[in-house]
Design a protein around this ligand. Structure first.
Ligand code: ZN
Length: 241
């Protein structure tokens, strides 16, 4: 029952390669991708292709939808919107087709797990699950034991214990028989929790943990400069903000 969950790659090939190498080294074969293959970064084609080759399931994110015209990029901030426009120009048709084929949610009955980019409750609204009240509400919107999300680029683990109380964990937790969980897998390609290393989640039998992996940030930044992507997007990678 070992598998990895990766989210928010955002066209960062160097971070994606580092994460996939680490997953392979640890002998994990099944990878679930939960949205935002593209947006912000310089390598949308390479990342989309690699995800479709390596992942067992792929779920759509709001940047993926914006690039293929399924959601309105006018809700994005200026830099995100410019990156979406740039991505729409450079992405190949076959990779747009991959983005179009990704559903909003996915369930794995065998693993008793649900996968969605933003929130299990009304996933097409791309809301942020940021506090325990949001978490409590969202536990009613999926049936499985575990739900994986991304979107905020901030990893966390929320556990709902049998009494109904909701508690948080930061790095790792043992999956107990009578609890349910919402786990934010963090972001591979643009972490925002102050740690610039690539972030993802691993389920190892009855334990789930958040994993951090260093990658060549300067190389991505150089590619972004060459493509004239907005400076704040380049600088934030080194800060992890
Ligand atoms: Zn994202």
């Amino acid at each position: 029952m070992r598998y990895a969950v990766i989210s928010d790659i955002h066209s960062n090939l160097e971070a994606l390669e580092a994460v996939l190498a680490d997953i392979e080294d640890s002998g994990i074969r099944d990878i679930i991708f939960i949205g935002d293959a593209v947006g912000y970064g310089p390598s949308p084609n390479e990342c989309t292709e690699m995800l479709s080759e390596r992942c067992k399931a792929l779920v759509a994110g709001n940047h993926d939808w914006a690039v293929i015209g399924l959601s309105d990029a006018s809700f994005f901030n200026e830099y995100a919107r410019r990156a979406v426009e740039w991505t729409s120009e450079v992405i190949e048709e076959k990779n747009k087709e991959i983005l179009r084929s990704m559903p909003l949610t996915d369930e794995d009955k065998k693993r008793d797990a649900f996968f969605v980019h933003a929130t299990p409750r009304r996933p097409e609204e791309w809301s942020y699950l940021l506090n325990l009240w949001d978490a409590e509400l969202n536990f009613y919107s999926f049936e499985e034991k575990v739900c994986f999300i991304g979107h905020s680029h901030q990893p966390f683990i929320v556990e709902k214990v049998p009494s109904g109380e909701v508690v948080t964990h930061t790095e790792s937790v043992r999956i107990k028989g009578d609890s349910r969980y919402i786990i934010n897998a963090g972001s591979v390609g643009q972490p925002r929790d102050g740690d610039p290393r690539a972030c993802f989640a691993v389920v190892d039998d009855d334990r789930v943990k958040i994993v951090r992996i260093p990658y060549d940030i300067e190389k991505v930044q150089e590619k972004m400069r060459q493509e004239l992507l907005p400076n704040p997007l380049i600088e934030r990678l080194a800060a992890g903000r």
